[in-house]
Design a protein around this ligand. Structure first.
Ligand SMILES: Nc1ccn([C@@H]2O[C@H](COP(=O)(O)OP(=O)(O)OP(=O)(O)O)[C@@H](O)[C@H]2O)c(=O)n1
Ligand SMILES: C[C@](O)(CO)[C@H](O)COP(=O)(O)O
Length: 229
């Protein structure tokens, strides 16, 4: 029996409502340096030749994607859920229907991380392709960490060995589907679901610029960074 070569797919959860960003609508469709936030994200993924296909997961009520990303030639599914984890979990069977196998890799990347550079994706793939678990882009913490209670510092948390998780996060499709099904809808990233199976994903250095547009001030920062490229 011939074993098919493993391929890499991207899955972009794009079904959030963007409450914290206060943009008056889903932040992935806010205009930024000439086009919608998610259009920047998808352009970076489209420039990674090793990706065999990209699936964007939209909310069932989404009416904005086609206008925000005119001419999108990748895959779309309106199977988004109430949480990011649910949107990702719902997208995995769609990838399978589109021809992906459980042994193939999926790189999950936030629509809202619109400063992505293709070379960071390549770095993650290079680091994880031969890894038994998979991994994620992340950055060692640079700031001192405080735990809060009622607006005051309750504790200073040791930061040595602590990393801030970014995306993409790259796992085998079958493993990630099982991990998310067991972890439930509240995990905030794919890695935590995989960790809950007792596995240790690989930390691959990301980049300070790979920020997630989350708060109102992030739009101006992201625009400035994009305009200097
Ligand atoms: N139910 C959800 C929630 C989030 N996301 C996506 O997951 C990414 C990261 O989530 P986050 O920054 O939390 O986005 P929102 O949920 O939109 O923001 P907020 O939490 O402020 O409402 C975003 O690209 C977002 O569109 C999703 O696909 N489905
Ligand atoms: C996946 C993620 O971007 C890694 O930092 C992050 O956990 C998303 O979190 P959010 O709660 O959806 O903003």
């Amino acid at each position: 029996m011939t074993v098919p070569p493993t391929r890499c797919f991207a899955l972009v959860p794009c079904a959030g409502v963007g409450l914290r960003a206060g943009a008056g609508g889903p932040k992935q469709y806010a205009p930024l340096a000439g086009r919608a936030v998610v259009a920047h994200t998808l352009a970076a993924l489209a420039a990674v030749p090793r990706l065999a296909g990209t699936l964007v997961v939209l909310s069932p009520e989404d009416t904005q994607f086609e206008t925000a990303v005119p001419g999108w030639a990748g895959w779309l599914s309106r199977c988004g859920g109430a949480t990011r984890a649910e949107s990702v979990a719902n997208g995995l069977p769609v990838l399978r229907e589109l021809g992906a196998h459980d042994e193939d890799w999926v790189l999950v990347h936030d629509a809202a991380r619109c400063l992505l550079r293709p070379e960071w994706v390549e770095r993650l793939i290079d680091a994880c392709l031969a890894d038994p678990v998979g991994g994620l882009l992340a950055l060692p913490l640079a700031d001192t960490l405080k735990a809060e209670e009622a607006g005051r510092v309750a504790d200073t948390v040791p930061r040595a060995g602590k990393w801030a998780a970014q995306t993409p996060q790259m796992f085998r499709i079958g493993l990630l589907a099982r991990a998310l099904a067991e972890a439930g809808e509240h995990v905030t990233d794919e890695s935590s679901a995989v960790e809950a199976l007792g596995l240790a994903p690989r930390l691959v250095p990301g980049d300070l610029e790979n920020l997630k547009v989350t708060w109102p001030a992030d739009f101006a920062l992201a625009a400035r960074l994009l305009e200097t490229r």
